[in-house]
Design a binder for this molecule. Structure first.
Ligand SMILES: CCCCCCCC/C=C\CCCCCCCC(=O)SCCNC(=O)CCNC(=O)[C@H](O)C(C)(C)COP(=O)(O)OP(=O)(O)OC[C@H]1O[C@@H](n2cnc3c(N)ncnc32)[C@H](O)[C@@H]1OP(=O)(O)O
Length: 195
């Protein structure tokens, strides 16, 4: 039984199936130099208790809904998703390419927010019932260089009825903080996910 199966309330059965079907691999589309960087970072994340869920680029079959995800299907953002069963924290180990630009040479703040939202949403969705972001506050601490690897971490802070407060951080692999966010999720009265 996978850690996700332990949460029967999850309303994304195709994600759960996907977790069983997909094996931990780096997407073949990763630029070679970043694949090497990822291979260097991954063992440290595994040591912290995270395990790789899946590659999400080039999905097929019942992953097709996930493949429409704006962040995870972006041609210039490559993501490997990891999760820690102990507390449900999720990491997106991501390579940010050249076409995600805001200020010259740096990542667009909206893209930073989208990556944070997506990662934190994954932590929320994989740990409980369907919920949607209704509020997000992002603190931008340092500009994120294009063509670089970032680590995004998402975690649930507390759930109270239909509301969940969650947080996220984006940082350089050396630990320098790029951005952090606090989010509020609400489980809709009627749950009809079509993702
Ligand atoms: C292959 C392996 C797989 C690996 C695993 C990967 C898994 C994951 C993969 C990929 C995941 C990535 C997924 C990406 C997702 C990204 C996240 C988004 O972008 S979400 C889109 C943007 N958000 C919206 O569009 C919401 C729009 N809002 C709404 O539709 C409604 O507000 C809704 C349905 C959420 C709630 O409406 P109501 O009618 O059900 O609920 P009411 O009664 O209004 O509110 C309930 C409580 O929440 C508070 N509330 C509602 N909105 C609030 C707000 N904005 N601020 C503060 N409080 C709010 C209310 O005051 C109320 O509180 P009181 O119960 O009275 O205490």
């Amino acid at each position: 039984m996978s850690s996700v199966d332990a949460h029967p309330t999850i309303v994304y059965p195709h994600y759960v199936r996907a977790l069983d079907e997909e094996k931990a691999q780096l997407p073949s589309s990763f630029p070679r130099e970043y694949s090497e960087e990822f291979q260097h970072i991954l063992p440290k994340l595994l040591q912290r208790g995270f395990h790789i869920l899946t590659k999400l680029n080039n999905q097929k079959g019942n992953l097709s809904n996930i493949s429409k995800n704006f962040v995870l299907s972006h041609p210039h953002i490559h993501v490997v998703i990891l999760r820690r069963a102990l507390d449900g924290a999720v990491i997106y180990l991501a390579y940010v390419g050249s076409h995600v630009q805001g200020p010259s040479g740096f990542m667009h703040g909206g893209a930073t927010a989208a990556l944070l939202d997506d990662c934190v949403s994954s932590a929320v969705l994989l740990s409980g019932p369907f919920a949607m972001t209704v509020q997000m506050n992002v603190q931008y601490r340092k500009p994120v260089p294009l063509n670089s690897v970032v680590i995004v971490e998402g975690y649930v802070e507390q759930t109270n009825g239909r509301k969940t407060v969650a947080g996220g951080k984006m940082y350089h692999p050396d630990g320098a903080l790029y951005a952090e966010a606090t989010l509020l999720f609400v489980r809709p009265r009627l749950v009809e996910p079509k993702m």
